[in-house]
Design a protein around this ligand. Structure first.
Ligand code: URA
Length: 229
């Protein structure tokens, strides 16, 4: 198949746009930049567009380091979304697995594979999310026990699932949650008389945020990382 046709199918780019990005040197085939859109590529060729592997059959999987001030939505009339941080061509069909608040930073997983994102966000799957939390007040001694037992949040009648708290300093903790209720971390600390001043998700299941990614950057996941969920 011609490279430009392959790229159109794999990314959703128009034929003329695909030819433009190929001529511009943004596409590599088997590790080498290829600038001729008519180049015939082998069925098993590894095609990379802007550092992201693209394929015909494949679904796409990314991790993104969410900065403050962007929202985890596919579209938003007022705010920049996490998909706005990706090149125009990539977001087609992509969605976010589990939302973070606009002021929360950290690990966001993005894909066009609905079954995969469902496995990450469904409470039934018990995929733990680990948050680094900065608190306004020093932590009370009994909070780890109360979170481990489950606490009742305001306006709810079911206690939270047992959550694990690791104390890093009197005002800095790691909290591991096994469900994702609305503003859950902030509401849990409000329920014990404290206040969250900064929140960062650093891990989902066994997958850590890649420390090489600065806020606002993303990368494709490896096959092994995809297989974690
Ligand atoms: N809990 C919160 O309160 N906010 C988030 O963004 C994620 C978990």
């Amino acid at each position: 198949m011609r490279l430009d046709k392959f790229l159109c199918h794999a990314t959703g780019l128009s034929r003329s746009r695909a030819q433009g990005v190929i001529r511009g040197g943004q596409v590599q085939v088997d590790g080498e930049p290829v600038r001729n859109p008519a180049t015939a590529i082998a069925a098993d060729a590894q095609v990379v567009f802007r550092d992201t592997p693209v394929g015909l059959t494949g679904k796409r999987y990314f991790m993104l380091h969410k900065p403050q001030g962007v929202v985890c939505a596919t579209e938003d009339a007022q705010h920049r979304t996490v998909l706005d941080l990706m090149p125009d061509e990539l977001p087609r069909g992509l969605h976010v697995a589990g939302r973070l608040d606009a002021d929360t930073t950290g690990l966001v997983l993005i894909s066009d594979d609905g079954d995969w994102t469902h496995r990450i966000s469904s409470p039934k799957r018990d995929c733990a999310k680990v948050y680094r939390v900065s608190l306004a007040e020093p932590l009370d001694e009994d909070v780890a026990t109360r979170f481990a037992e489950g606490i009742l949040l305001r306006n709810e009648d079911k206690p939270t699932r047992p959550a694990q708290l690791q104390v890093l300093s009197p005002t800095e903790v790691l909290l591991s949650l096994h469900e994702g209720r609305y503003h859950q971390v902030k509401r849990m600390f409000a329920a014990v008389g404290n206040r969250v001043i900064a929140l960062h998700r650093q891990q989902i299941g066994a997958l850590q945020l890649d420390p090489a990614l600065a806020a606002g950057e993303y990368r494709a996941l490896s096959d092994d990382e995809v297989a974690l969920f």
